[in-house]
Design a protein around this ligand. Structure first.
Ligand code: SF4
Ligand code: SF4
Length: 186
């Protein structure tokens, strides 16, 4: 069987999303015009869709665009071709982590990977572990502020000292592995 192309792989990751396939894009630019994060992105959402359709895998994965997506869904609700662009950005994040390929120096990949690992370990999010994925990229002042706030919350019983675990964790892990490619994260 022939290896799927990049555009087919991204299309497969979108199988659960509602909306039209990416090749319905008419390159109108409505998504880029409505995106509040576009000025921070290497490529506009419109261009990203075009690059995926052109199978420009290396260029797509090297860009920061999907990591800077704020998931506001403005693009998705305004696209005249009914393409779920926000879900495409999520698909690219999953693909990027799965393949371990992303732009250096971004907080998003480490944060997302830490989040999935934390969830798989305990079935719940645990802020003290998650915070380590981005706090060290902030300044010393922010680090001290966050550490002091976390200590205050723990002393008041608002933040658990140890991560809480759900019951039937193995069932939960099996369920997660059915819906997202874990690619060594577990
Ligand atoms: S709004 Fe939709 S059709 Fe227009 S460029 Fe963006 S994805 Fe393509
Ligand atoms: S969902 Fe992402 S890509 Fe779409 S408009 Fe919002 S920030 Fe931009």
């Amino acid at each position: 069987m022939a290896k799927p192309s990049f555009r087919e792989e991204v299309g497969n990751l979108l199988y659960a999303a509602k909306g039209s396939p990416l090749n319905a894009c008419i390159q109108c630019g409505t998504c880029s015009g409505t995106c509040p994060a576009v000025e921070y992105m290497d490529h506009t959402p419109r261009r990203m869709i075009g690059m995926i359709l052109a199978d420009m895998k290396d260029e797509v994965l090297a860009s920061n665009t999907f990591w800077f997506c704020a998931s506001c869904f403005h693009c998705t609700v305004r696209c005249p071709s009914d393409i779920d662009i926000a879900e495409t950005m999520y698909a690219l994040k999953r693909y990027s982590i799965w393949k371990h390929v992303h732009q250096k120096g971004l907080v998003g990949p480490t944060f997302s990977e830490t989040f999935v690992k934390t969830i798989l370990r305990s079935g719940r999010s645990y802020e003290p572990v998650l915070a380590t994925s981005y706090l060290f990229s902030s300044g010393v002042k922010e680090l001290i502020q966050e550490a002091s706030m976390a200590t205050g919350l723990m002393l008041k019983g608002r933040l658990p000292v140890l991560p809480p675990k759900i019951k039937r964790l193995e069932n939960f892990k099996r369920m997660v592995s059915k819906v997202i490619p874990l690619g060594g994260l577990s």
